[in-house]
Write a protein that binds this ligand. Sequence first.
Ligand SMILES: [Cu+2]
Length: 371
Amino acid sequence: MIYLVGLLLVVLLGIAIAVAAKLQKVMGSTQSESEAPVPNNKANGALWLVFLVGGSVAMVWSYLASQDAFLPEASSPHGRETDSQFWLDMGLLTIAFFIVNFLLFFFSWKYQYKKGYKATFYPENHKLELIWTAIPAVIMASLVFLGFRSWTKIMSDAPADSQVVEIMGKQFGWIVRYGGVQDNKLGGYNYKLIDDNNNNPSGIDYSDEASFDDFINVSEMHVEVGKPVSLKIRARDVLHSVYIPHMRVKMDAVPGMPTKFWFIPDKSTEQMRAETGNPNFDYEIACTEVCGRGHFAMRLRLIVEDKASVDAWKQQQKPVLSTILEADPKFITKIPEKLRAKAMNYAPYVEEADSTTASTGSAAAASASMR
Ligand SMILES: [Cu+2]
């Protein structure tokens, strides 16, 4: 060990001596050649200017050329607010970018080597330092303050009159759940109840009677224009992320950790079709977290329309409970006894059901009497 350290010491000492010798040589050469002509001095100086002009043109061009890739115009108030802040930030950054780069390239050209010129040693200027520290600090602090104010507003709790919609990401698609048309209230859920084979892909918990009229849709989400939408976000398997570009909505869907996001869609699909001149325009909900092979196909249509149309659509949707009971009438036994009678209202084919238990029979009777 001691030999190894000794060897290392010798090697490092050797390197130190070599560096010192090299330094000596470089210092000697700069002193002796300071008055020697510098090759290509003028051309190098001119190149700085060429880069300044060429770079500025390229920057403006790249900005204009990529406009198609910018986000579309926002269709929600908070979207327009974040956009205006984005462009404020972008504007200030662009000004700073041009000032800094102009000085960098222009000075490099202006203060190129000239015979007889002497550099001035300029160690400190407190006034200048104060200016270039204070101005950016004030601007940055204002931007942070503005951003924080918007952030707290956007991430606040959804208004009480929101339309509540649950959206659950899974490999590979979205399951949208509504609180139904009877109570318009989302029922409970439990991940242990998730069962694709038995028509309960989002794990609706039927020990909660608010679940009975809940319906799901895997291709469309319908919301009312101008009214807050409160998204309850869940994930069934891996990380997904709810992304509605026009609404400026983006929130991760995390397994085991419900997230949320609320927004106001204030332009209907119809209005957007007229504005864009595209009769096939549709708002899109996409997944923006690479979640596996079928990630690219996680697309859902968002339809923003008036209340009457949303209500009419809701009326056409079939409660999940009806689908479950139709496929498996015995499912009724899994519902708490005191709720069975109410649950049977959702089972149109109850007469065909196996009514071996007294309670199922009475529930069937109750259901029949209600129809
Ligand atoms: Cu995905």
